[in-house]
Design a protein around this ligand. Structure first.
Ligand SMILES: Cc1cc2nc3c(=O)[nH]c(=O)nc-3n(C[C@H](O)[C@H](O)[C@H](O)COP(=O)(O)OP(=O)(O)OC[C@H]3O[C@@H](n4cnc5c(N)ncnc54)[C@H](O)[C@@H]3O)c2cc1C
Length: 385
């Protein structure tokens, strides 16, 4: 395939929703990704956990996690996180995956942790020497986190965890996990507390799960897993608030990643439609193919604007829950539709196992499920009207 066009639409970045710092960041990360294009992806059959470790080291070395440290400097705002995720997702799914999980777990600590927890965990997460994970979901609690059943029982001056978590990104390689547990201070969501648990804690066992697109992903079991009193993240009984805060921010960044995937799928489709001949002309000259390409462009533009609105609003301290839900809903559904339409334009060539487009087709599927399935987002939007 020919070289890809750039990740970002310059005209969109010129809008007053962005600052010069975002434009400079977009240029820097685009150049970094382009220099490594083709080397970030795991080789066929590679161990996803090992590749995630290698990518984390490289992201840390290159400074892309530096904003998560004790002295974060520039680029901590949500628009900057979105710029990084869009570029990484455009170039390599797994690089975006590693960046996003590291960012998610560190921001839970930054936003809800004590100074001591900051000192203990943030430097390693920012340098890429330690991996983070968020362990919220359970076999019986996914969309409805108020049903979390893993128990944290007071024992001496600490707690003992018993139960299981599932679908945990980086769960098999994490050095520190943000765990949502039931302390029973109230019913449903009021009985939950967040904790920081070391990946090597006694009684914690991780079992890798194979995913549709390769990634480090695991089920966790906690059997009499003992944690100290300093492990509590935020106030007791406020775990649900911590989870919703983290998920709301994450939704905006998932929308940005979806944009990266969608722009790449659209670039593949355009290139193929211009090169492939049928009926003595190019596919791109057929009116129905033109219609598919135009639909891609409009969906990407709408997703870009919705994502920028949500991130701008979050950065300016506004109520952005509805905007975050709308951005994630539209951008992830659009990315799925665009990847599917790109495969249609490729015909059989789009279905060759492990080809760039077939991999992308698998990579975008999960976006419509994690950090709030589309139906939950529709509920949030409707309830906020
Ligand atoms: C690749 C990937 C990575 C993940 N990483 C993590 C992680 O790091 N940490 C973590 O804690 N979890 C993680 N998850 C889990 C993810 O958060 C859950 O899959 C998600 O919350 C949905 O929960 P569920 O899968 O149990 O689906 P369920 O809650 O069983 O829902 C199934 C379906 O029911 C429908 N539905 C749900 N609620 C409603 C509603 N209110 N109205 C109408 N329809 C509804 C939706 O179509 C939904 O897809 C990950 C998932 C994936 C796919």
């Amino acid at each position: 395939m020919a070289p890809l066009p750039t990740t970002f639409e310059p005209e969109l970045l010129e809008l007053p929703l962005f600052d010069d710092a975002h434009r400079a960041l977009a240029r820097r990360i685009e150049r970094w990704c382009a220099d490594r294009h083709g080397t970030l992806a795991p080789p066929t059959g590679a161990d996803p956990a090992a590749h995630c470790r290698a990518l984390r080291t490289e992201l840390g070395h290159s400074g892309w996690l530096g904003h998560l440290g004790l002295e974060p400097g520039e680029g901590t705002d949500l628009r900057s996180v979105c710029v990084r995720r869009q570029a990484l997702a455009f170039h390599e799914d797994l690089a975006d995956f590693v960046y996003s999980i590291q960012e998610l777990s560190a921001s839970a600590i930054i936003r809800h942790g004590s100074e001591e927890q900051h000192r203990r965990h943030l430097p390693g997460l920012a340098e890429g020497t330690r991996a983070g994970a968020l362990a919220f979901s359970e076999p019986g609690a996914g969309s409805d986190l108020s049903a979390v059943a893993l128990t944290a029982t007071e024992d001496g001056d600490g707690f003992v965890l018993n139960g299981s978590k599932t679908w945990i990104a980086q769960g098999d390689i994490a050095d520190v996990l943000v765990v949502l547990a039931r302390t029973g201070d109230g019913p449903g969501p009021l009985g939950l507390t967040a904790f920081l648990v070391d990946g090597d804690a006694g009684g914690l066992k991780a079992t890798p799960i194979r995913a549709i697109a390769p990634r480090s992903w695991a089920e966790l079991t906690f059997t009499d897993c003992r944690i100290g009193p300093d492990a509590m993240l935020g106030d007791r009984g406020h775990g649900y608030v911590v989870a919703l805060d983290v998920l709301e921010r994450a939704r905006v960044t998932v929308a940005a990643a979806a944009l990266g995937f969608a722009r790449r799928a659209c670039a593949y489709a355009l290139e193929r439609a211009r090169a492939r001949r049928a009926y003595s002309r190019r596919l791109a000259d057929l009116q129905l193919v033109k219609s598919a390409l135009a639909a891609m462009d409009v969906k990407i533009a709408a997703a870009s604007l919705l994502t920028a609105r949500a991130a701008w609003s979050a950065d300016h301290g506004g109520e952005y829950g509805r905007y975050a839900a709308a951005a994630k809903l539209h951008a992830t559904e659009a990315a799925g539709e665009i990847a599917d339409a790109a495969v249609q334009i490729f015909g059989a060539a789009g279905l060759v196992a492990d080809s760039p487009l077939e991999r992308l087709y698998r990579q975008v599927r999960s976006l419509r499920i994690y950090e709030g399935p589309s139906e939950v987002l529709e509920m949030i939007i409707a309830d906020a009207l």
